[in-house]
Design a protein around this ligand. Structure first.
Ligand SMILES: Nc1ncnc2c1ncn2[C@@H]1O[C@H](COP(=O)(O)OP(=O)(O)O)[C@@H](O)[C@H]1O
Ligand SMILES: [Mg+2]
Length: 296
């Protein structure tokens, strides 16, 4: 079973084992890591293999308990009065009844009363829904929460009772070879010298956004995927066949601005712009160390 799940994921063997062990042990879990670190990919692979649903909810200030539990259809309530029959289940009730994983991204942003509703479901495996009755969780029901460690809505605001009920796994960025494999897999395109060079360059410049001193949070692997996809299109429009072309490096720069400028979050104190940061990263790779840009 583990091998079949692993076949859907590039790398991440240790993280997969730990998540699998926790959910197989019947535990609920918080995954703590920045965006693009395979959290959703791992959960999709496990739930697909188990044949159970994966329900997504985004944690934010508007996520009321009613939104995750469900509501009565107002038009039908007017006609028929409240009944279990005109109840529209929310993702929590649906996950409990169908034995799915409820995946709450950025759950530290959810309001206190919503967290309390979740805690009840986690601790009791049942919840009481007014005018419907008691909903009991199927055995494979799990709550998986995620948190971005760079989020400035502090994870410290979560009460000890929340932390005390969840296992925790910290997930960092992939290493460079794994990130290249992911981008090569997701960024399609005809294989060849151009694509190989773009994958290596797209991954390198994206990773550099995470290490730049003026950046609080750099781009995820999604930025690298988009850099490659945009650059491939630009190369075709401009008739660039490979990395040996003089216009190759400027084309990577153009793609970086489109794919990455909206994805890097500068330090509040930094007196620069995303475009300037990207220019520096590009110069580091293509101008100051021209060897890196050489064909092959
Ligand atoms: N280990 C991986 N194997 C294959 N694709 C991956 C992997 N990690 C990330 N991806 C790809 O990168 C993107 C972001 O990954 P995702 O799992 O959604 O990250 P997260 O949920 O941590 O934000 C998706 O397009 C996904 O297909
Ligand atoms: Mg995700």
């Amino acid at each position: 079973m583990r091998a079949r799940v692993a076949a859907r994921i590039v790398g991440r063997e240790d993280e997969l084992d730990l998540v699998l062990a926790a959910v197989a042990a019947g535990r609920d879990l918080v995954l703590e890591g920045p965006p693009g670190t395979s959290k959703t990919t791992i959960l999709k692979a496990i739930t697909a293999e188990w044949g159970i649903p994966l329900l997504f909810v985004e944690g934010n200030a508007d996520l009321t308990p009613a939104k995750i539990v469900g509501h009565h259809n107002p038009a039908r309530v007017l006609r028929e009065d409240y009944s279990a029959d005109n109840f529209v289940p929310g993702p929590l009730v649906e996950a409990m009844e169908r034995g799915g994983f409820l995946y709450i991204e950025e759950f530290n942003r959810a309001p206190e009363d919503t967290l309390n509703t979740l805690l009840t479901a986690i601790a009791d495996r049942t919840i009481a829904v007014p005018r419907v009755g008691t909903v009991t969780a199927a055995p494979t029901f799990r709550v998986i929460a995620s948190m971005n460690p760079y989020d400035n809505v502090g994870t410290t605001r979560l009460s000890t009772s929340v932390h005390d009920r969840l296992c925790r796994l910290a997930i960092g960025y992939q290493d460079e070879p794994a990130e290249r494999d992911i981008v090569a897999l997701r960024a399609g395109g005809a294989e060849g010298e151009l694509r190989t060079a773009l994958v290596a360059d797209g991954v390198a410049v994206t990773r550099a956004t995470r290490a730049h001193p003026d950046v609080r949070q750099g781009s995820s692997v999604r930025g690298a995927i988009d850099t490659v996809l945009v650059a491939l299109q630009l190369a075709e429009l401009r008739g660039i066949a490979g990395p040996g072309d003089d216009r190759y490096a400027p084309t990577v720069h153009d793609a970086m601005v489109v794919a990455l400028s909206g994805r890097i979050h500068l330090d509040e104190a930094a007196e620069t712009t995303p475009e300037r940061v990207l220019r520096e990263i590009w110069e580091d790779r293509f101008v100051l160390t021209p060897a890196a840009a050489a064909p092959g």
